[in-house]
Design a protein around this ligand. Structure first.
Ligand code: IVH
Length: 576
């Protein structure tokens, strides 16, 4: 070996190790500048002697010359899909809730003639499946799933994904190894990409999966190199020249030692029976929002490979595995109107009133549009078909408009049924006057939020200020809900929080009677006078109980702009 060959090999080794520490283990041992210095040294060596630029060189991670098209590759082992199971978490009885899961376990147990089966669990990553072939430890070929039989060869693009090893760790790599897994974009990288796209005036991606797919399937791999893609391995398709682990959990552990990113251990326990599976499902559901990547469910695989083989396949899905999906977080519906909500500080939020749609496990009828700029950027209009998203317990939002389904004006001179060029509804603009009190709406220079200038003369702001005041972390007045606050304000019983402390039992009863009548309550409900007087007595008591609050709570409860919970504490400590 020449001195240059030796040095190049040494640099490759170092850079691959540092890259693995940074991108897979999330624990870098050298500063970025050191990595860059070594990288440039290797680049210079390879430029001087191109034969040094071998396929596993980290310099290949920056992408290469654009392709005219992707080659097609036939998968040596077809890439199958998983059957789905769903659970209706609104059902109280666990046997009904998880009926489909119970059926799956029953089929598996019957097929194996066992009383209980051990399953390996995993998140179901919401990205795109990829197959990676390593020959003698070096990444030789990467392909998308395609139709499962043949996919697109995307080796150059995959080389740019830092989390995917170009060369396997360990002294004795298998002669052949085919690994399958999911390419995805982490939530934070997706946010950053979209922010950059907006800055450049380019179109944004609807979700991390689209961003990952769009980034990987670039004929110009230099573009892929600029996108931060991640990868998690989830199975082995072929091994030659090494022992193939006997369980799925064993496969994951082996892949980890070879340098592949696999999901952290607490997200892939080996469990037994339906109770183990459903416990995992519910546990992951609560962790979902906090995970760094998007998942659309979990996957269960019979842990032992001999049992997997015994069960085999039906059509194009294995009998030994199933995807247990979460309810879809996105759905299509139609915008019926766009209204504005006025918040406690006067902030005006446009809200889309929607044709009711089942999404994220509940029926959604409203979705926030955040602010005027957002509505304009997404160009949401009345009549539009939109994608709404409800993730976890977050307020539902409009993700994007399906422009192809926008209602259009009939063409001029044409008949009623031929669509013209003009949209039927105009682009959204915020009203100049507060929809509640009619005061001017002002939007300060550089602010995204427009506000009603009415202050506490605006009924909406008054009502919200009182709601805030009565809240749990503020004055904690039990029994004073949103509905009654709105009515107390509307009928003029309460103009400021101070008025709460002047309320009499009769005021409350009178207010409640009026409210019930206004809302068309039946005579029976109005007659429920006993219940009402108990409610009013309790409320008066709760208000009384809040007459001597700790100073910090009072300061926070007053809802002074920029005085949050912790500032209030600091102020109170200082004031004594
Ligand atoms: S195993 C024979 N494990 O789901 C089954 N797939 O419908 C091979 N997916 O195309 C798949 N996370 O893209 C498996 N932990 C996981 C997965 C997973 C996501 C995707 C994969 C595949 C689809 C199957």
């Amino acid at each position: 070996m020449t001195a240059n060959e030796l040095r190049a090999a040494e640099l490759r080794e170092l850079l691959n190790r540092y890259g693995h520490e940074y991108y897979v283990l999330d624990a870098p041992t050298v500063p970025d500048a050191e990595y860059d210095r070594l990288f440039r040294e290797l680049q210079a060596l390879e430029e001087a002697s191109p034969e040094l630029a071998v396929p596993d060189s980290p310099t290949r991670r920056v992408g290469g010359a654009p392709l005219a098209e992707f080659d097609s590759v036939v998968h040596a082992v077809p890439m199958l899909s998983l059957s789905n199971a769903f659970s209706d978490m609104q059902l109280a009885d666990p046997a009904e809730r998880h009926a489909e899961l119970i059926q799956f376990d029953e089929r598996v147990r019957k097929g194996l003639d066992l009383a209980e089966v051990e399953y390996a669990t995993e998140p179901k990553f919401d990205g795109l499946a990829i197959s990676l072939v390593y020959e003698h430890g070096v990444l030789a070929r990467a392909a998308t799933r395609g139709d499962g039989v043949a996919g697109e060869q995307v080796t150059e693009n995959v080389r740019t994904i830092r989390a995917i090893p170009l060369k396997l760790d360990g002294a004795n790599p298998p002669a052949l190894l085919e690994v399958r897994g999911e390419v995805l974009m982490l939530k934070r990288d997706f946010e950053r990409l979209n922010a950059d796209q907006i800055e450049r005036g380019d179109k944004t991606f609807a979700n991390p999966r689209n961003a990952a797919a769009g980034s990987l399937r670039q004929l110009d791999s230099r573009i892929t190199a600029q996108r931060r893609l991640s990868f998690f391995a989830y199975s082995i398709a072929r091994v030659e020249g090494a022992d193939w682990p006997a369980t799925h959990a064993g496969e994951m552990a082996w892949l980890k030692t070879l340098g592949f990113p696999v999901v952290e251990e607490s997200l892939r326990p080996v469990v037994r029976g339906v109770a183990g599976l459903s416990g995992y499902y519910e546990g992951v559901q609560t962790r979902r929002a906090g995970l760094p990547f998007e998942i659309d469910g979990v996957v269960y695989k019979v842990n032992r490979r001999d049992q997997q083989d015994a069960l085999g396949f039906v059509s194009r899905a294995p009998r030994w595995a199933i995807a247990h999906k979460f309810p879809a977080e996105e759905a299509l519906t139609v915008v019926e109107t766009i209204e504005e909500q006025v918040g406690r500080t006067g902030a005006i939020t446009p809200v889309a009133r929607l044709k009711p749609v089942f999404v994220g496990g509940v029926t959604v009828t409203n979705a926030t549009l955040h602010n005027e700029d957002e509505v304009r950027r997404k160009d949401v209009r009345v009549g539009d078909t939109v994608i709404v998203r409800r993730a976890g317990d977050v307020i539902p939002e409009v993700v994007s408009v399906v422009l192809a389904q926008r209602p259009m004006q009939p063409a001029e001179g044409g008949d009623l049924f031929s669509a013209g060029e003009e949209p039927r509804y105009p682009a959204y603009s915020l009203p100049a006057a507060c929809p509640v009190c009619g005061s001017h709406v002002v939007r300060e220079e550089g602010e995204a939020i427009a506000r009603c200038s009415g202050g506490l003369s605006c009924r909406a702001q008054r009502s919200q200020a009182i709601q805030h005041f009565a809240g749990r972390r503020m004055m904690d007045i039990d029994g004073l809900g949103e509905r009654y606050i709105d009515k107390l304000v509307e009928y003029g019983y309460v103009k400021s929080v101070a008025d709460l402390y002047r309320l009499k039992l009769d005021d409350l009863l009178e207010m409640k009677r009026r409210a019930d009548e206004d809302e068309g309550a039946t005579p029976e409900t109005v007659k429920a006078g006993k219940v009402a007087s108990k409610w009013a007595e309790n409320l008066i008591e709760a208000i009384d109980a809040s007459r001597t609050p700790p100073l910090a709570r009072l300061l926070f409860a007053l809802g002074i702009r920029h005085v949050g919970e912790s500032t209030a504490k600091t102020l109170a400590d200082w004031l004594g």
